[in-house]
Design a protein around this ligand. Structure first.
Ligand code: SF4
Length: 332
């Protein structure tokens, strides 16, 4: 990227950067804990969805030490609804590793950061650049789109990723790498948007090959997507004296470690169908049938008051099923 283009981007960033709750204000040093927490939450999740979770987490656990000391189940429950629950398990493990093995300070090198649970190549680069000002190549979906357009890359994603990364590397300055990375991300999020990019107010339009073609929106080119398979399952709502049976899911696998309704019949009971709930995961769509019953006996498990089911910290799929279960109870 020519020096004047980089300069134009950084000037634009100073004026037009997004106000995000995890960003340092007024020239203050970024807090690595907040940078790390936001980057983990933002993996495959939108800024709008992350903001309330970030604010709730930092209010409740303002430091990595506080998070490391928090009970596992409380953190999992606080994460409920944000999805991709392996992130929450890794979040706790990482907070404990930083507190136990690094004296409560995040390492400032990408290679060291990558040794921590839940920190992959992208997150390590983002933390190193944003929290510590290290030169690191940060390529998220927004940056990918901006670069694909700047160079009018005809090769489709995901094959074009290696080339995009090499171009990002060549563009990244030695100084100010954190601001540069955030400027690229912000440009992609607010100007170089997937639909209707605002090329007229883009600081890079004079250097953009896609803009010159007049078809900016065509980039990045994408390989056709395979159809998402649909799976089916059954969940069970078993009630006893105003409480419902919940189970903790196995640590590994779908929604691992989360509190949920049982997905195997937990007792002999007069089960009644209460309809189905659809939910879309990244790699498949799921239709979950709900079966409801009351029981006179009380099998082993976590019994949760139906009136307070909203506080159980259920992941979204099971929260939707629980809504249906509670409605079944009222109608019964
Ligand atoms: Fe994106 Fe348009 Fe700017 Fe090119 S000129 S980087 S397509 S907003």
């Amino acid at each position: 990227m020519p020096v004047d283009a980089r300069q134009a981007l950084l000037c634009w960033y100073v004026v037009d950067k997004r106000a995000l709750p995890w960003r340092a204000q007024g020239g203050a040093q970024p807090d690595p804990y907040r940078v790390w927490l936001s980057e983990v939450m933002l993996q495959q999740t939108t800024v709008a969805a992350v903001k309330p979770y970030f604010e709730a987490f930092t209010r409740r656990w303002p430091t990595v030490q506080a998070l490391a000391a928090a009970p596992h189940d409380e953190v999992m429950a606080a994460w409920a609804g944000l999805g991709y629950y392996a992130r929450a398990r890794n979040l706790i493990a990482c907070a404990r590793a930083v507190t136990g093995g690094h004296g409560g300070r995040f390492p400032d090198e990408e290679a060291e950061l990558r040794k921590l649970p839940g920190i992959g190549a992208y997150t390590a680069a983002a933390i190193a650049a944003i929290a510590f000002g290290r030169r690191a190549v940060v390529v998220d979906g927004n940056v990918e789109r901006v670069i694909a357009r700047l160079h009018a890359i005809e090769a489709p994603l995901p094959q074009a990723r290696a080339r995009i990364r090499a171009l990002a590397d060549a563009m990244t300055p030695d100084e100010n790498a954190g601001d540069f990375a955030q400027a690229m991300m912000d440009l992609g999020a607010t100007v170089c948007t997937p639909r209707n990019p605002a090329c007229g107010r883009c600081p890079l339009s004079a250097h953009c090959a896609a803009f010159l073609t007049g078809e900016a929106e065509r980039y990045p080119v994408r390989a056709p997507k395979a159809a998402r398979p649909r799976r089916e399952g059954v969940a069970y709502w078993l009630e006893h004296e105003g409480e419902v049976l919940l189970v903790r899911r196995p640590a590994k696998g779908l929604l691992g470690g989360m509190l949920a309704l049982p997905t195997d019949a937990p007792a002999e009971a007069p089960w009644r169908d209460a309809g189905a709930v659809d939910h879309v995961f990244t790699h498949f769509a799921l239709t979950m049938q709900l079966r409801c019953a009351e029981t006179a006996t009380r099998p082993e498990g976590t019994w949760w008051p139906v009136a307070r089911i909203g506080e159980a910290g259920l992941p979204t799929l099971f929260a939707k099923l629980a809504e249906r279960g509670a409605a079944w109870r009222e109608a019964a």
